[in-house]
Design a protein around this ligand. Structure first.
Ligand code: FAD
Ligand code: NAD
Length: 465
């Protein structure tokens, strides 16, 4: 007999599994379908988690080699890459199994296989042996995420020409790595392999890295990465990539000047595209937008009743926490509550060293919107905790409305920036002014005092600068 559900979530990534758990918490009989054989989606399997494991381990490797300047003498430091990879795989395995446990605990039925629409209320699940299971549903949530894009005519083999997935499991440190695209993935994975000993070259077709980020932060970021030994080829267009016996040749042009970069590995990190393949959306008439994302309204409803979509497969930043929040909001809407996501307070963090974190509007956006603003800035150079541990690169920048002093955005580069941005997120959610942050007592000595000082500096009354 066909099993019936009140809600079926297609995709078990951070959007999908969180949505399924919330639906079950709200009392709906829920199923979650996942095709990759392991829950947690891109994020846990081939994204956030393995990349952060390698970022952390490669940073430790790099730091330990430089301890003697701080008075700690140790013997020769050697890299055991396969052990490092095993460590990363262990983190992935623990977390993905943890999600499976959470689904079970919340009584969500987990189906392994590829989900597709037979009709609005009938979902077919095909497992890897092509066995079909049919289930019925009142509501369907599409949470099928995204996949990497390549350059036209360039085939990713995940060995010489790799996407982030291949870059997370290289079996040896490349001598030279060319990274195409100076965004989140290129700079995180470029940092990993640079710290482990590769000569890293980033080819970016714009004149700045991390497009969309506050320009002042982005140029400071590039300066710091250059100091760390990463080379940048800005305003360079990749014309072609040709594999040879030792790796590949990346042919670029800039203002008509040709340049070939020979390397053993090329990482293509020029963005990701929504994944709607195999869903048979045409059978139910779900519309896509001009970028092939599932089109939804502000309540995550598609153009079809009782079919919703969330996460990387719809518009907005491709971030795990955005997908999770949308998963919770849509579950609450389906259960008759009023879930919503505040897109003005979604932080973005790049987990390099130093970390880069951003929330709300950039200076460039405020100028374009004709909003008058004040700026408060504070350098980690003047922060006592940063000084004490000799980690003083970067600064905090807070943007506040000129008249009302309401915090409109914050942009940080520096130690633990990804943690510090949380405080500003809470402040912005509560509609705080920069003075509210400035008058909040911050523990001493902490990096968070740099946030307080930046807030004080909005009104030109920072104490330590
Ligand atoms: P996904 O995580 O992509 O999950 C979708 C799932 O659906 C997949 O597991 C897929 O197998 C499954 N699926 C697809 N089609 C079907 C089908 N028909 N039937 C059944 N299952 C299907 N974001 C951050 O916020 N922080 C980070 O540090 C970060 N680091 C990243 C590092 C890398 C290298 C990459 C690639 C991404 C990173 N991201 C990060 C982005 C983050 O991974 C995504 O934004 C997030 O995973 C999106 O969640 P999602 O649930 O929408 O989709
Ligand atoms: P991205 O959008 O962050 O960066 C792509 C970069 O490639 C841009 O700088 C763009 O100008 C450049 N580019 C595009 N086409 C090019 C070309 N032909 N030649 C040279 N440069 C080109 O994309 P990504 O780094 O692939 O990451 C995809 C998404 O995954 C990110 O947008 C982000 O949402 C997510 N992600 C997040 C994190 C995190 O939160 N820490 C980490 C990794 C990935």
């Amino acid at each position: 007999m066909t099993e019936k559900f009140q809600a079926v979530v297609i995709g078990g990534g951070p959007g999908g599994y969180v949505c399924a758990i919330r639906l079950a918490q709200l009392g709906l009989k829920t199923a979650c379908i996942e095709s990759r054989g392991s829950l947690g989606g891109t994020c846990l399997n081939v994204g956030c988690i393995p990349s952060k494991s390698l970022l952390n381990l490669s940073e430790e490797f790099h730091n330990v080699k430089n301890l003697s300047s701080k008075g700690i003498e140790i013997g020769e430091v050697k890299l055991d890459l396969s052990k490092m990879m095993k460590n990363k795989d262990k983190a992935v395995s623990i977390l993905t199994k943890g999600v499976e446990f959470l689904l079970k605990k919340n009584k969500v039925s987990y189906f392994k296989g590829t989900g597709s629409f037979k009709s609005k209320n009938d979902i077919i699940i095909r497992d890897d042996k092509d066995k079909k299971t049919l289930i019925q549903t009142e509501n369907t949530i599409i949470a099928t995420g995204s996949v990497p894009v390549s350059l036209s005519g360039v085939e990713i083999d995940e060995k010489v020409i790799v996407s982030s997935t291949g870059a997370l499991k290289l079996q040896q440190v490349p001598k030279k790595m060319v990274v195409v695209g100076g965004g989140y993935i290129g700079l995180e994975m470029g940092s990993v392999w640079s710290r482990l000993g590769a000569e890293v070259h980033v080819v970016e077709f714009l004149d700045h890295i991390t497009p969309g980020m506050d320009k002042e932060i982005s140029s400071e970021f590039m300066k710091i990465l250059k100091k760390q030994g990463i080379s940048f080829h800005m305003q360079h267009k990749v014309e072609k990539i040709k594999k040879n016996t030792s790796g590949a040749i990346v042919s670029t042009t800039s203002n008509g000047i040709k340049k070939d970069l020979e390397c053993d590995v090329v990482l293509i990190s020029v963005g990701r595209k929504p994944n709607t393949e195999g869903l048979d959306l045409q059978k139910v008439g779900v519309k896509l937008d001009d970028k092939k994302r599932v089109k939804t309204d502000k309540n995550f409803k598609t153009n079809q009743e009782n079919i919703y979509a969330i996460g990387d497969v719809i518009s907005g930043p491709m971030l795990a926490h955005k997908a999770e929040d949308e998963g919770i909001a849509v579950a609450e809407n389906i259960a008759g509550q009023s879930g919503h996501v505040n897109y003005d307070t979604i932080p973005g963090v790049i987990y390099t060293s130093p970390e880069v974190a951003s929330i709300g509007k950039t200076e460039e956006q405020l100028k374009e919107l004709n909003v008058k603003y004040k700026i408060g800035k504070f350098s980690f150079m003047a922060n006592s905790r940063a000084k004490a541990i000799d980690d003083t690169e970067g600064f905090v920048k807070i943007l506040a409305d000129e008249k009302t002093d309401k915090v409109l955005g914050a942009h940080l580069i520096g130690p633990h920036a990804g943690e510090l941005i949380g405080e500003i997120g809470v402040a912005m959610e509560f509609g705080a002014s920069s003075e509210d942050i400035a008058r909040t007592c911050h523990a001493h000595p902490t990096f968070s005092e740099a946030v307080k000082e930046a807030a004080l500096s909005v009104d030109k009354r920072a104490i330590h600068s």
